[in-house]
Design a protein. Structure first.
Length: 689
């Protein structure tokens, strides 16, 4: 859906603005209801909406009961529909309105799809509730009783039936289907087939009286249907103005996308209002393409789908859209902002890691785990996982053989933190100074440092990383253990690991699908749970506040500094931003310009929320130029120079739907691909807006 639109226009990036209207109506007063419908229709269109949905039987009110058998009311409803149609002539958006219509001497509860002065299609209700407080079969006929597939309305022959998808020519990913209230509550809603037939935006015109507990059940129904259908789902509901003779109404309306709540209306409002959000049509198309079972389901129902009809209409994406992107873009897609959800996420991830390691140790019949401890973030979390695994196996933590291996740039701070951490964990702790063996290797290589020259190149760095891992593997051989890997998902994505005999390799890596931004919160979570006692929590908090650094290049050749002198993020970019790029590039396959747009929406404002615990961090903000720069770094490193490392990573558990980069799991890619198409597309992003 590429259009010549400004960079900050959501429609340029595959979004469509949708609106759900909750009008204050009057029972059996169609012309008054039409006036309010038109008012809200115009308001939504002025706000850039492409679709506006109204409640079930909104032009008459749902609670007319036997008044639906009065010709005067039905005539008034047709006149009201005509007014909405006339109003649509100068509007760009498509409206979906609820109206009772007489077709072939039968009365149907219908949704009329209106745009540009025409009724595009009429979709009747498929399932009529006739139980409890509902008596719809007393007044209406179900869609299946119709013997015609067209109806005459206002001088036009209009498609009629529940088997219709309405598609915008200029926005082919915007394809609508409408079902009505009870249709969603059935074992196989009509929208299930509609999604298989190509509908991406499913609309439900509902009245739905309110009962205790019903709101939560609506969320379940709408959320699950949007997830199963890989669709956006707009759910309307009647509110103020409906008769309260025997029932009550709350006007709850919902917008879901792929099982995720995008927007929800105020309930029990005493005035008309709109619920608006931007739904990601490109995301829906990508998910349907990615999840092959969706296509297989369509194949199995090919005969039923062959009879479905598509009605096309003109809808030009608005050139100007007020209000920016109308949806929450999480700065930390791997880290829930809500405290309760974050606690649950940390609990699940930590226990997935622990249980996976337990299984590996039991299956391998290995009693001991060898691990390198740097005093930094990743190895700290890996050690916490190993310690919990030993507890779960009923083994002493002394079976954890932990080694800190200071090199030429190891700071006093991280070395002290490493020893403190090993002490509070209660593992077997040792220190091995790798500098002598590194000097020997550098001398053997003929490297200038071996002759006493302060040359700190990539060879100098990788010799240290390689020596550490080499020691760990030989120690594992010596003690009959396995090496636990510590490198995380973010490092794998950026290729920030030393290949082969370096920190790229281990016998089993518990961190490999956990991003850096989440590891911070996992360590913080363990500290908060007090799993290492009060002293342990203090040690963990100190580690959390330490600069992320490989500690391979010294500031002074003669002495170690008190603090780390290298900054990883000065080379690969800020992890908080690169994790954002990683998630949207890999999980959703987004083009770089869209990733940059979403990053700008999330990061251009320092106070953008919701905001999880910052863990001693500052609330950052990034300009579009900075985002573009760091995204370019990510794209080059991810697509061109680091896949060969991911093609042969050790075994590791996948922990989240954000994906892993294992070639045996989520990510299979050639090691010699080019990054040009991504970097060229990134050039379409302006430097400023």
């Amino acid at each position: 859906m590429k259009h010549d639109l400004p960079f900050l226009n959501p429609y340029r990036h595959g979004f469509a603005r949708v609106a759900v209207a909750m009008p204050r109506n009057r029972v059996a007063d169609p012309l008054s209801n039409a006036a309010e419908t038109v008012r809200l229709y115009r308001e939504a269109e002025a706000q850039g909406a492409a679709v506006v949905a109204f409640p079930e039987l909104g032009l008459s009110a749902y609670t007319c009961d036997d008044l639906f058998h009065q010709s005067a009311l039905l005539d008034g409803c047709e006149e009201a529909l005509a007014q909405v149609v006339e109003a649509s002539r100068d509007l760009n958006a498509v409206a979906v309105v609820g109206v009772p219509l007489r077709v072939e001497h039968r009365l149907f509860n219908c949704a009329a799809v209106v745009a540009r002065g025409r009724v595009l299609a009429v979709l009747p209700k498929t399932y009529l509730p006739n139980y409890g407080e509902f008596y719809e079969a007393r007044q209406f006929n179900a869609a299946g009783s119709a013997v015609t597939d067209h109806v005459q309305l206002f001088g036009h022959r209009v498609p009629f039936g529940s088997d219709i998808v309405v598609r915008a020519r200029q926005m082919p990913l915007l394809a609508l289907h409408v079902e009505i209230c009870e249709d969603l509550w059935t074992p196989i809603p009509p929208s299930s087939f509609a999604a298989l037939a190509g509908a991406t935006v499913l609309v439900n015109l509902s009245a739905s009286n309110i009962l205790v507990g019903k709101s939560a059940y609506r969320h379940q129904l709408v959320g699950q249907q949007s997830a199963r259908c890989i669709a956006a789902y707009l759910y309307t509901s009647a509110g103020i103005g409906e008769s309260t003779t025997d029932l009550a109404w709350d006007g709850q309306s919902l917008i879901y996308e792929c099982g995720e709540l995008v927007a929800e209306s105020e309930r029990f409002a005493n005035q008309s209002h709109l619920l608006m959000a931007d739904v990601d049509l490109e995301r829906l198309a990508h998910e349907r393409m990615r999840l092959t079972s969706f296509g297989e389901t369509a194949r199995r129902h090919k005969a039923e789908l062959a009879t479905w009809r598509t009605v096309e209409f003109d809808l030009t994406p608005p050139a100007q859209v007020p209000g920016g992107l109308l949806r929450t873009v999480e700065r930390f897609p791997y880290v829930p902002a809500d405290a309760r959800s974050l606690d649950e996420r940390c609990y699940e991830v930590f226990n997935i890691q622990v249980q996976s390691l337990v299984q590996r140790l039991e299956a391998a019949r290995i009693a001991k785990v060898v691990i390198g401890i740097s005093g930094g973030l990743d190895s700290t979390h890996a050690l916490l996982v190993v310690a919990q695994a030993m507890d779960r196996l009923g083994r002493p933590r002394s079976d954890i053989l932990a080694y800190t291996m200071p090199g030429f740039a190891t700071s006093t701070r991280t070395l002290q933190q490493a020893h403190a951490l090993m002490r509070v964990v209660g593992c077997t702790a040792q220190e091995i100074d790798i500098r002598p063996s590194c000097r020997q290797m550098l001398a053997d290589l003929g490297h200038p440092f071996g002759r006493g020259e302060p040359v700190y190149d990539v060879t100098f760095e990788n010799v240290q990383a390689g020596e550490r891992t080499s020691h760990l593997f030989r120690l594992a051989n010596h003690h009959g253990g396995i090496v636990a890997g510590t490198g995380d998902l973010s490092e794998l994505a950026l290729g920030w690991c030393t290949y082969g005999v370096g920190d790229h390799m281990s016998h089993y890596n518990v961190n490999a699908s956990v991003p850096k931004t989440l590891i911070k919160h996992l360590v913080h979570w363990v500290a908060g749970k007090g799993l290492l006692g009060e002293d342990g929590s203090q040690v963990l908090q100190a580690i959390l506040s330490t600069e992320i650094s490989p500690e391979l290049v010294p500031a002074d050749a003669e002495s170690q500094g008190a603090e780390p002198t290298q900054s990883t993020e000065s080379v690969v970019g800020p992890y908080e931003l690169q994790d954002f790029h990683l998630y949207h590039t890999v999980r959703h396959g987004m083009r770089p310009s869209k990733v940059a747009y979403l990053a700008w929406c999330a990061w251009h404002d320092r106070e953008h929320g919701p905001w999880p615990d910052t863990l001693h961090g500052e609330r950052h903000q990034y300009t579009l130029a900075e985002i573009k720069k760091h995204l370019g770094t990510f794209l080059f490193r991810f697509f061109q120079i680091s896949q060969f490392k991911r093609s042969c990573v050790p075994n590791a558990p996948k922990v989240g739907s954000g994906g892993s980069l294992s070639p045996r799991g989520d990510w299979r890619a050639p090691s010699d691909s080019e990054s040009r198409v991504w970097l060229d597309e990134l050039k379409t992003v302006p430097d400023e807006v």
